[in-house]
Design a protein around this ligand. Structure first.
Ligand code: MGD
Ligand code: MGD
Ligand code: MO
Length: 694
């Protein structure tokens, strides 16, 4: 192989989906940088992905298949051949499928966001078996559901247009950490005179750099949006022309808003009525001046009981003030539905039929802790007997971790893990299979933060005996005796068919050309709802939603409080008076990169940020080790006393590999398996705890 520069794509679960240039010398990747020609990357990568080469050639990479020799969780394995590994797996899966294929469960999420190495071949494989389905709702489904009730689809403001906004509300997001290239755009806007307001219980790195920070109580965002709508209507700041043409339910909304005065809203949100008035007025008055006002809504506010309703309410705001009139106005939650992904082609939902057809069964990935421990029953179906984990690290990331571990410890559970490293989850594998990284395979990507299709060309040969997910499932299918043609598709076949070409947005899709250039922008309208055209049943922005009513929700914007709070669970709050959130650490990507020492060193050790007064009450000094606990468990963390957290709140930046911490646990020891109001999402940030010095 000669020296060359390969066009690749960052595979991680992040809205930025960056274009990367990988320099390869004699078959070895020697450097990586952001593609300067890709506008949404602009030549820069974040600190962690700049270390992708360090991660790829890490001495701990799994290089060949292994079989467990120690106890479950001990992480002791011996090398076996691929043939042997695949034979062992298929013998087991065949045995189970003859009885009830639903006792087999795939568990995967977004270790790679690639369409090929994500669910394509894997989904075909599990569909063909007739395995249990996995409800992949650990991240964004609550907000997605809420947004869709108001707007109809996850389509919003083009991220590249935020540079010209005059006011940006950064709501429940921390883009400096989790959406860096959006932050560059917000900075551009600020330089051109825009105001940035951050709505976050915690003075995050982003909140520190905005013009104003509204530090509300976690899980009260839906109330703040109601209060804002109240002020906007009362002060006559509504864009009546837009509202009459492109919305429905305004009259009913007005009735609903009556009691959401700034005083009442402030009380619920734990902020002053002045702050409610301030944010409402600056938002609506800027819009009234015909200037573009926008909202970047992210994921932090979705992780409490009412996370769906919060997003539902907030996404009504742009229509109320006519912000959609401008291409730089509106709201962006996710651009995911702008891509016409051809799921039918990818998954072969209609053509692949299992040998044994039983009523389908779906397991919610947030409930893996309790569901692995369930016995067979008529309501649950068969107990889970085999678990195939890829692109995920559930032992560290799933809530209520002590239960998750109990499940993974089951001697009668057969666990197969496809991984780069011996993660907390891999330690429980019966068979551990070495997977390729993004440099070692090819793929195609959609983004959930911008509007480009991205290509990942393979840069280097697989390390050791690693194989890509798609190849592993292809081989498993062959060993299972599945002769369906789709199991012969190459990665290029899958990638070139990933999008539905009858759709206008991808009329210019030319696979060869995209492979050469590295990306292509979707052809979509610049201002998506300038003249209405919402994707709701009425085609309008729905302040009143008949669909919500049908689905058993309040059809109007309303407030669903947290499960765990002083107001809703006063007895629990007496025992555990502090609200704990555990958002991402800057230099990790969920648990990915935690084992890259140079990155881990930046973040030191797991700690908990606590307000000076809360610390004083508990006689805790900066740097003390503390026990953080509730009924679900406890962890030991180092106290970091700081006014960045509001009184009554503690912040444990996450998500650490358990085995790399002092007590071999992480924040998910304390989180619960309860689900959000909509979308069956997780409630990681709906957690009460108490802290004592140890
Ligand atoms: N560096 C880095 N980047 C990442 C990730 C990572 O782990 N590391 N993870 C990726 C993934 S999978 C995701 S989903 C995204 C997540 O990234 P974001 O969408 O930014 O979400 P979070 O970081 O969970 O939370 C953002 C902010 O919301 C605040 N918050 C918590 N609860 C509430 C609330 O009730 N209301 C409001 N208004 N704010 C609240 C938190 O304090 C936090 O500062 O980032 C992606 N990007
Ligand atoms: N307490 C708390 N818990 C949380 C969150 C939080 O904010 N707080 N955030 C939640 C959110 S938003 C999310 S999205 C989830 C994330 O949960 P996960 O999607 O499980 O994310 P990671 O922890 O990064 O684990 C991904 C794993 O996939 C592996 N991987 C990467 N590429 C490949 C590949 O090509 N093939 C194979 N086989 N493996 C690959 C990586 O090595 C890594 O170990 O965590 C959730 N958990
Ligand atoms: Mo996520």
């Amino acid at each position: 192989m000669s020296d060359e520069v390969i066009k690749a794509t960052c595979p991680h679960d992040c809205p930025d989906t960056c274009g990367m240039l990988v320099k390869v010398e004699n078959g070895v990747a020697v450097s990586i940088k952001g593609n300067p020609e890709h506008p949404n990357t602009g030549g820069t990568l974040c600190t962690k992905v700049s270390r992708y080469i360090e991660r790829t050639y890490h001495k701990d990479r799994l290089k060949y298949p292994m079989q467990r020799v120690g106890k479950k969780g001990e992480g002791k394995f011996q090398r076996i051949s691929w043939d042997n590994a695949l034979n062992l797996i298929t013998r087991k899966l065949k045995n189970i499928s003859i009885r009830d294929p639903r006792a087999i469960l795939p568990y995967s999420y977004a270790g790679t966001m690639g369409i090929v190495q994500g669910e394509s071949m894997a989904m075909r494989f599990f569909n063909r078996i007739g395995a249990s389905k996995l409800d992949r709702t650990i991240c964004a489904s609550a907000g997605g559901a809420g947004y869709k009730y108001s707007i109809g689809a996850k389509v919003g403001t083009d991220n590249s247009k935020f540079d010209n906004s005059k006011l940006i509300l950064i709501w429940g997001g921390n883009p400096i950490v989790s959406n860096l290239h959006f932050w560059s755009r917000a900075q551009n806007a600020k330089r051109k005179g825009a105001k940035l307001i951050c709505i976050d219980p915690y003075k995050s790195l982003t909140a520190e750099k905005c013009n104003r920070h509204i530090a509300l109580i976690p899980g009260t965002d839906a109330a703040l949006a109601l209060g804002m709508m109240h002020v906007i209507c009362k002060e006559n700041l509504v864009d009546y022309d837009y509202v009459s043409k492109y919305t429905i339910g305004f009259e009913k909304l007005l009735e609903r808003l009556a009691f959401w005065t700034p005083e009442y809203t402030g009380k619920i949100c734990g902020i002053s009525s002045k702050e409610v008035e301030y944010i409402s007025k600056i938002y609506a008055l800027t819009a009234k001046k015909k200037l573009p006002v926008s909202i970047r809504i992210n994921y932090g506010l979705q992780r409490t009981h009412g996370g769906g309703m919060a997003v539902r309410n907030i996404s009504c705001l742009p229509a109320l003030v006519g912000a959609w009139r401008h291409e730089s106005g509106g709201i962006l939650l996710s651009s995911g539905d702008s891509y016409p992904i051809n799921f039918n082609k990818l998954f072969r939902l209609d053509s692949l039929k299992p040998n044994k057809i039983l009523p389908s069964r779906t397991i919610n990935m947030n409930k893996i802790g309790s569901d692995l421990l369930k016995k067979s029953s008529s309501s649950f179906g068969p107990a889970i007997e085999a678990l195939i984990v890829y692109n995920s690290n559930p032992v560290a990331v799933a809530p209520d971790s002590s239960q998750v571990v109990k499940g993974f410890q089951r001697e009668d559970l057969y666990t197969i893990v496809l991984e780069h490293f011996k993660t907390d989850t891999a330690d429980y594998a019966d068979i551990l299979l070495p997977a390729t990284t993004q440099l070692e395979h090819s793929d195609i990507h959609a983004s959930y933060g911008h509007l480009d299709i991205m290509i990942n060309n393979q840069a280097i040969k697989p390390i050791g005996e690693c194989k890509s997910n798609s190849e592993i499932f292809r081989r498993l299918a062959s060993k299972m005796g599945f002769t369906d043609k789709c199991f012969q598709d190459s990665d290029n076949d899958i990638a070139s068919e990933a999008f539905d070409k009858s759709h206008k947005s991808v009329q210019n899709f030319n696979f060869k050309e995209i492979k050469r250039k590295g990306w292509m922008k979707l052809d979509v309208p610049k201002a998506p709802f300038k003249n209405g055209g919402f994707f709701t049943p009425s085609g309008k922005c729905e302040f009143y939603s008949e669909k919500m009513k049908l689905n058993g929700y309040d059809p109007l914007p309303s407030y669903i409080p947290p499960y765990e709070s002083k107001l809703t669970s006063p007895d629990l709050a007496k025992k555990y008076p502090l609200s704990m959130i555990s958002p991402p650490q800057r230099n990790f990507l969920n648990t990915t990169f935690v084992n890259v020492k140079s990155l881990r060193n930046i973040d030191g050790e797991p700690n908990i940020e606590i307000h000076p007064e809360d610390a004083k009450k508990r006689n805790i000094k900066n740097g003390d080790y503390v026990k953080v606990f509730n009924d679900r468990g406890f962890i030991i963390l180092k106290a970091n006393i700081t006014p960045k957290v509001r009184l009554g709140l503690v912040v444990a930046l996450s998500i650490w590999w358990k085995k790399l911490t002092l007590d071999k646990k992480n924040a998910n020891e304390l989180t619960s398996q309860r689900l959000t109001d909509m979308g069956r999402g997780p409630t990681f940030y709906d957690t009460l705890v108490e802290i004592i010095k140890i």
